[in-house]
Design a protein around this ligand. Structure first.
Ligand code: XMP
Ligand code: MG
Length: 185
């Protein structure tokens, strides 16, 4: 699949699996007995879709699945922090325990906008779980409670992450061979 486009496997399918299991266990422990109903997972489309479905299945407690789609104005490789909602939540999250599920945090600008937006809806609690985090994100003041892997500052694809809508369906996370984005297809 995608022969030759992936320079190296950064995180294998097995490593992702183990990490999701570990995160799910931690999340379940932390939330304990919930007042206010089920936990609400908010996945950010499309990138977080794999993390979302795997995490939800690994969580040994009921959780509702909600999705949001946002688009950040600016170039395709860096985000500006100005965000537009393409698809909003279907339900009210007031007094709900909300866990935002992300694939990757890079500059953190998208997420910090999203957290402000969600906070305004008065959830009972609001936390973030991301599978991947890039070095720049560490410098931004965002409370990210659950992080799967801190990765180097390179462009990664697979397991939900795309380049021009391709590679999302890879079961692992790999770094893209630079020839793919310099050839201008
Ligand atoms: P922020 O606002 O944290 O943006 O800079 C995070 C969003 O940027 C995209 N992104 C990537 N997508 N491989 C990708 O496929 C990457 O290495 C990568 N780094 C950032 C992604 O859409 C994420 O939600
Ligand atoms: Mg994304």
């Amino acid at each position: 699949m995608y022969d030759g486009d992936i320079a190296s496997v950064l995180i294998s399918e097995q490593q992702i699996n183990d990490k999701i299991t570990e995160l799910a266990k931690q999340i379940d422990e932390d939330y304990g007995q919930l007042h206010g109903g089920d936990l609400v997972l908010v996945g950010v489309l499309k990138g977080a879709v794999m993390v979302m479905t795997d995490l939800a299945r690994a969580l040994p407690r009921p959780a509702q699945l909600e999705f949001m789609a946002v688009s950040s104005y600016g170039s395709s490789t860096s985000s500006s922090g100005v965000v537009r909602i393409l698809k909003d939540l279907d339900r009210d999250i007031a007094d709900k325990h909300v866990l935002v599920v992300e694939d990757i945090i890079d500059s953190g600008l998208t997420l910090s906008w999203l957290l402000k937006n969600l906070t305004a809806r008065n959830p009972a609690s609001l936390e973030v779980c991301t599978l991947l985090r890039k070095p720049d994100a560490v410098q931004v003041e965002i409370p990210v409670r659950y992080v799967g892997f801190d990765i180097p500052n390179e462009f990664v694809v697979g397991y939900g992450l795309d380049f021009a809508e391709r590679y999302r369906d890879l079961p692992y996370i790999g770094s893209l061979d630079p020839k793919v984005y310099t050839s201008g297809t």
